[in-house]
Structures are given as structure tokens and as C-alpha cells.
Write a protein that binds this ligand. Structure first.
Ligand code: GLN
Length: 240
């Protein structure tokens, strides 16, 4: 089996260790004998339907977000990503990437940036910097990550959060929701340490990617994970 991971704007949107998520996906696939091709899809790239089996979109500063928001719209890549998510291709988007996949992001300065509209959510810049370690109760068990954002994301009626904040800020520090999940797409404020410290979530994305690509149920071989499990447990104990 093989997989193609699409790193959306990987040259522009990759702060706070976001590339760690790509490495975790690549390694966990390769350790199981699944060949991985990594494609960076940025300003000059095109995305063909069916080309990418798993999308990753990292965080970035407002300036990069402005450039990326207009490219998503003008190049048509936003529309294709949305259509691919509709046919259940998995996606993970963090912070700035998550914000651009909602309805819009209103930065502190300048006009609203249009979003792809894949997540039923919108984001508005605030005066609070929400920074620190975060623990979230989710369908994947407790997730641990690191957040750093001033944008506050609000979910629309009927939107499903990724989880409930146990400690930290999450979407907006007000309603205890963190992230959003739509079909097999996940948006979250948890950065680069997310998949390395939460291998179950990495495996869920890989399993979904293979199932959609090959059109059959896939069972991933278990990996020997004592270090990942210990990192997960220690980090949670430290921050709770
Ligand atoms: N503009 C965003 C915010 O501060 C994105 C930051 C990020 O991706 N870390 O809310």
C-alpha cells in the first residue's frame, strides 16, 4: 500500500513544530511498510482530484494567512480541498490553517480573510494571546498539545467540536470547545506536538486515508509505542 500526503502551503504555514505532524504520519506509515510520498502544495501548485490521500495544513502568522487565503480562493485549490473532504478524504488543519478552512478569519488589522467554508466556524482576532499547553477530552481519548493564538474561533450551530477543554483555552477560551471535526477533517489549535504525542490520532488519519484510497476496511498493524505512550502520559500528568 502507499499514500500521498499533501502538505498545504508547507513553505508558508508551518510554525511551532507543525512539521512534526508530517513526520509522525510518515514514520507511522513507513514502520508498517506503507510507502509515503510527500507533496508540498503551495502558491504555484495545482491539486488534482484523487491526487492527495491525506491533507495537512499548519499554522502561520496573519501575513502568511493573507497570502494563502487569496491563493486558496483565486487558484481554486480551496474548492478542490472542500470537495475532497466531502468525499471523506482525511485532513488535519492546525491553528492558522484551521482558521482559513472555516467561513472567515477577521484579523486585528485589515479586511476579513475569506475561508474555504469547510468547517462551520468563523474566527475573529482578539486582544488575548492564548498560549500554553492544552489537554482536551475527545473521541480519541485525552489529547495533549500546545496552543498559541489570538484568534477566537466560534462554532456554528450543529458543528461538532474535536473535544472539550480540560485545561487550556481551545477555540475561544469561553465555551470550552476545542477544534472542529467534519467528516474525516479535523481542525485544531494544537500544534506540532499533536500527532507525535497522540499517536492514536495519527493512526486514525492514516486508517481513514487508506480506507478511502483503497475502498475497503483497513486494520493497521499495532506498533511498539512505549516512548510515545510515555510522552503522552507524562505530558498530561504535568499539565493537569
Ligand atoms: N493568526 C492566528 C492567530 O494568532 C494564527 C496563529 C497560529 O497559526 N499559530 O490566531
Amino acid at each position: 500500500m502507499n499514500l500521498t500526503i499533501g502538505y498545504l502551503y508547507g513553505d508558508l504555514m508551518n510554525i511551532y513544530g507543525d512539521t512534526g505532524n508530517i513526520i509522525a504520519l510518515q514514520k507511522r506509515a513507513e514502520w508498517r511498510g506503507i510507502e509515503v510520498k510527500l507533496k508540498i502544495k503551495s502558491l504555484k501548485s495545482k491539486i488534482k482530484k484523487g491526487e492527495i490521500d491525506l491533507f495537512f495544513f499548519g499554522g502561520g502568522q496573519d501575513q502568511a494567512q493573507g497570502i494563502v487565503a487569496s491563493d486558496l480562493e483565486s487558484s481554486g485549490k480551496g474548492k478542490i480541498i472542500k470537495e475532497e473532504v466531502e468525499r471523506e478524504v482525511p485532513l488535519l488543519a492546525i491553528c492558522g490553517g484551521y482558521q482559513l478552512l472555516g467561513k472567515y478569519y477577521k484579523p486585528a488589522k485589515g479586511p476579513k480573510l475569506p475561508g474555504v467554508g469547510l468547517f462551520p466556524a468563523y474566527t475573529v482576532a482578539s486582544d488575548t494571546r492564548m498560549i500554553g499547553n492544552i489537554v482536551v477530552d475527545s473521541q480519541f481519548g485525552n489529547l495533549i498539545g500546545f496552543e498559541n493564538h489570538s484568534g477566537k474561533t466560534y462554532l456554528k450551530d450543529g458543528a461538532r467540536p474535536l473535544g472539550t477543554v480540560i485545561t487550556g483555552f481551545g477555540n475561544n477560551e469561553e465555551d470550552k470547545t476545542e477544534g472542529c471535526i467534519y467528516k474525516n477533517a479535523i481542525g485544531s489549535y494544537m500544534h506540532g506536538s499533536l500527532l507525535p504525542k497522540n499517536p492514536e490520532l495519527a493512526d486514525w488519519l492514516l486508517k481513514k486515508a487508506l480506507e478511502i484510497k483503497y475502498g475497503k476496511e483497513v486494520t493497521l498493524e499495532p506498533l511498539d509505542d512505549p516512548l510515545e505512550t510515555q510522552a503522552h502520559i507524562t505530558a498530561i500528568q504535568r499539565f493537569l
